[in-house]
Design a protein around this ligand. Structure first.
Ligand SMILES: Nc1ncnc2c1ncn2[C@@H]1O[C@H](COP(=O)(O)OP(=O)(O)OP(=O)(O)O)[C@@H](O)[C@H]1O
Length: 259
């Protein structure tokens, strides 16, 4: 089981003065195979929650469990994609995607075969020998996704993976991500600033708010899959957008979002 449980999660940062409690009482459950997005105002702690789920940040109270295992450090059960794909510039695309498998000691033939498979899956077949600087921002994010998938993690943690892309590429990437996710439905936790993106991708949206922040509302997105342009244009989609905008920016902002 690759469900994720956040149980009374608290995240504090210690500096020179008093510790700063960024997140407190964050409770949530992401079901096995579910696609959950997290939204909230800038600085509310979305990335902190994701870093803690990856095991890179130790909670000051509470715990995170993947299945029945308490998260204490990064592990092969989790694949991570950040806003900046953080590729190694001196490595080819193939070698970047194969990197995690190399770290796991997978033999060369197997890891290159697997890397090629995932490069093809993200639509970059033919670019295996290119270097990251020869690719567009969207292509680099595709490489980041292929790299995260190559080790076959149970859980994908994604922090604004399309945040640096233009609006059109961003929409395209969201559709592509859902196509890939649909192949084996990994458990996904996806942080975004984008209201449309949050609704389009998710089975459920976790809305963060408060100070220190926590989950203030969980919205079940009852829209059909596969999600496509027709779903995006539907009245139901518009209602979810308006509701989310109201929650995040107040009633006036919600009214300004066209459905
Ligand atoms: N290393 C750190 N040291 C001290 N404070 C930090 C550190 N990292 C984050 N913070 C603070 O913790 C809070 C949450 O930050 P975090 O980056 O998790 O928010 P976020 O919701 O992901 O923000 P954004 O949407 O702008 O990316 C912020 O107030 C931030 O200033």
């Amino acid at each position: 089981m690759a469900d994720i449980t956040f149980d009374g999660l608290q995240i504090s940062y210690t500096g020179k003065g008093e510790p700063f409690v960024a997140v407190n009482g964050f409770d949530a459950h992401v079901r096995d195979g579910e696609f959950v997005t997290i939204v909230g105002a800038s600085g509310c702690g979305k990335s902190s929650v994701l870093l803690a789920a990856d095991g890179l940040l130790r909670p000051s109270a509470g715990e995170i469990r993947i299945g029945d295992q308490v998260v204490s450090k990064p592990g092969p059960d989790r694949g991570v994609v950040f806003q900046d794909a953080s590729l190694m510039p001196w490595r080819t695309i193939l070698a970047n995607v194969a990197f995690g498998l190399e770290m796991q000691g997978v033999d060369k033939t197997t890891r290159l075969d697997r890397a090629r498979h995932f490069i093809e899956l993200v639509g970059l077949a033919g670019r295996e020998d290119a270097h990251p600087h020869q690719l567009s921002g969207g292509m680099r994010q595709r490489v980041g996704i292929a790299r995260a998938l190559a080790t076959d993690p149970e859980v994908l943690l994604m922090d604004e993976p399309f945040g640096a892309l233009d609006a059109q590429t961003r929409e395209l990437m969201a559709t592509e991500l859902l196509r890939i996710w649909d192949l084996d439905r990994k458990t996904v936790l996806f942080v975004t600033h984008g209201i449309d993106e949050a609704v389009f991708l998710a089975d459920r949206v976790l809305v963060m708010g408060g100070s220190p922040s926590h989950v203030v509302e969980v919205i079940e997105i009852d829209l059909p899959r596969p999600r496509d342009a027709a779903v995006r244009a539907s009245e139901a989609f518009g209602k979810y957008r308006t509701h989310l905008a109201e929650l995040l920016f107040g009633a006036q902002a919600g009214a300004a979002v066209p459905s």
